[in-house]
Design a binder for this molecule. Structure first.
Ligand code: SGN
Ligand code: CA
Length: 517
């Protein structure tokens, strides 16, 4: 009898082969290409296909096109909501404690097994362009060019196997151009490809590109219900974080509200230092009005928070507008060349982001806005258009899904599940009913979010802030914004006990060391 893993793999690959043969005879023998478009800190709430309060004011037509022609994962989550760790999970299919990249101060061990290496060993050509953020050089790629660390929005440097290069232009456009250039000129047409296009946007400090500097200038974005959360219903971690729009968000570097007197200061110089004269003039012209309004308004208290929120949303969504345009460029190229027919296109982000919910920006917490991440995919002839998937998936599942799509055996040690059967519209008889989460970066580090781990089921969430020895429990159906910690509520005693048992089971299943707490 087949193991569950083997069964899933077998079922997925066999069904794809049948569907492909039926719908695309010309491609029946050729394994599908895989194109992974990955952005940074792109909130699910900032993708119109997911709905939400920003959908009509700031639509994302090209990302939506992937979802419309393919699949949208409604319940897609991460394992550890911070950049480097998420990227390491995607590559390895292992939780942070096993891939060794627990927080952003780590260095990725590039000698370990990753899905790009396995695809490459099995006849795929592999390439990576854009943000990497794993410190060590990429391994497992035939071609790569990555931003050093976080990279720059304007005229960025890239590290390549041949050394460092500076490229003039806006980072989101450049990353796409590099990827399209590789597809057009450097790809070996006899092999299937796996291409990772990884954007810096929409990471802080949210510098919009020249095409969208004035976009949304006249728009007033709806505020989240929880913008003025006072954390009264929760614990120490929510109260002591350092990621509020009110206190943490800086007027200058974050919101571009610079006074004339700031121009000689190092932050201002660093911020604009990479721009050429033309870029700088366009920038100053676009931001002049915002600066003047701010200087004369003398805002205080909640009014100041509201103004900061609007500025934040404008810049953040302008960065997203460029990402969306560039997704469109890639889709158009695939269609023009006919590659679309045999290419599975994914769009995702390393994790989601707070867009003012709970008064916050940034991520890190197990709470919904950062636990979730966008995930949509298109595969003509295989994924039925307009498919929506509600079972819980995690970034932990990516590696196995890609291997499954390629028909490459999945190593036993990988900890996710192939999403391929779900993508084809069948739900395996057994699918996970809970997910494990563990955030390690911790207190004292940027944004001061205390370490915690926890479990989420379809309806409930239990989190343990272990350095505080504080538990939190939420009924997501009754309290979707997670405003009131119900850990001690007698009505939930049974559910808390069950979730504690489930958490212990998951920690054992995923081989979490006992002292990882
Ligand atoms: C920088 C940002 C933080 C952000 C971390 C991690 N500050 O330190 O706001 O949380 O990166 O982000 S900034 O002033 O430099 O923008 S991550 O996406 O790389 O994990
Ligand atoms: Ca990120």
């Amino acid at each position: 009898m087949l193991s569950r893993r083997a069964f899933l793999k077998h079922a997925g690959a066999a069904a794809v082969a049948t569907t492909l043969a039926a719908t695309h005879p010309a491609h029946a023998q050729q394994r599908p290409n895989i194109l992974w478009i990955y952005s940074d800190d792109h909130a699910q709430n900032a993708i119109s296909a997911y709905g939400g309060r920003l959908a009509s004011a700031a639509p994302t037509p090209n990302i939506d096109r992937i979802a419309r022609e393919g699949v949208l994962f409604r319940n897609s989550f991460v394992t550890n909501a911070i950049c480097g760790p998420c990227r390491a999970v995607v590559l390895t299919g292992l939780h942070s404690h096993l891939n060794g990249f627990r927080d952003n101060s780590c260095r990725f061990d590039g000698s370990q097994e990753t899905f790009p290496k396995l695809l490459r060993q099995n006849g795929y050509q592999t390439a990576l362009f854009g943000k990497w953020h794993l410190v060590s050089d990429p391994t497992g790629f035939d071609a790569w060019a990555v931003l050093p660390g976080q990279g720059d929005y304007y005229n960025p440097d890239f590290i390549t196997p041949a050394g460092k290069e500076r490229v003039e232009g806006y980072v989101t456009d450049i990353i796409t151009t590099k990827a399209l250039h590789w597809l057009q000129h450097d790809r070996d047409g006899d092999k299937p490809f796996m291409l990772m296009v990884q954007h810096k946007a929409s990471h802080r400090e949210w510098l919009p590109g020249p095409d969208h500097l004035s976009r949304y200038e006249e728009v007033t974005f709806p505020e989240p219900e929880t913008l003025f959360d006072d954390y009264g219903g929760r614990g120490t971690a929510a109260r002591e974080q350092d990621m509020t729009i009110a206190k943490t968000m800086r007027l200058g570097p974050d919101l571009k509200l610079w006074g004339e007197e700031d121009r000689d200061t190092p932050p201002w110089k660093t911020f604009f230092g990479r721009m050429n004269d033309e870029q700088r003039e366009a920038w100053e012209a676009a931001y002049q009005a915002r600066n003047e309004t701010f200087r004369t308004a003398n805002l205080q208290g909640d009014d100041l928070v509201r103004f900061k929120y609007q500025c934040y949303m404008k810049d953040y969504l302008r960065c997203i507008a460029s990402v969306d345009d560039n997704v469109g460029r890639v889709l158009d190229y695939l269609e023009k060349t006919g590659l679309d027919k045999n290419t599975v296109v994914f769009y995702s982000s390393d994790q989601s982001f707070y867009l003012g919910e709970h008064g916050w920006f940034d991520k890190r917490f197990i709470y919904e806005e950062s636990l979730r991440t966008p995930l949509v995919a298109r595969w003509p002839g295989v994924i039925p258009p307009g498919t929506e998937i509600t079972p819980m998936v995690q970034n932990l599942d990516c590696a196995e899904t890609f291997l499954d799509i390629a028909g490459v055996p999945i190593p036993d040690q990988m900890q996710g599940l192939s999403m391929l059967p779900l993508m084809q519209g069948t739900q395996p008889e057994t699918w996970r009913t809970s997910i494990y989460y563990h955030y390690y970066e911790g207190e004292g580090k940027v944004h001061n979010v205390y370490k915690h781990y926890g479990v989420r089921t379809e309806r409930y969430k239990l989190a343990f802030f272990y350095t505080l020895n504080e538990w939190e429990f939420y009924d997501l159906e009754k309290d979707p914004h997670e405003m009131k910690n119900a850990y001690a509520a007698p009505d939930y005693a049974d559910q808390v006990r069950e979730l504690k048992a489930e958490l212990a089971r998951l920690r054992e299943l995923y081989k979490v060391p006992e002292d990882d707490a």
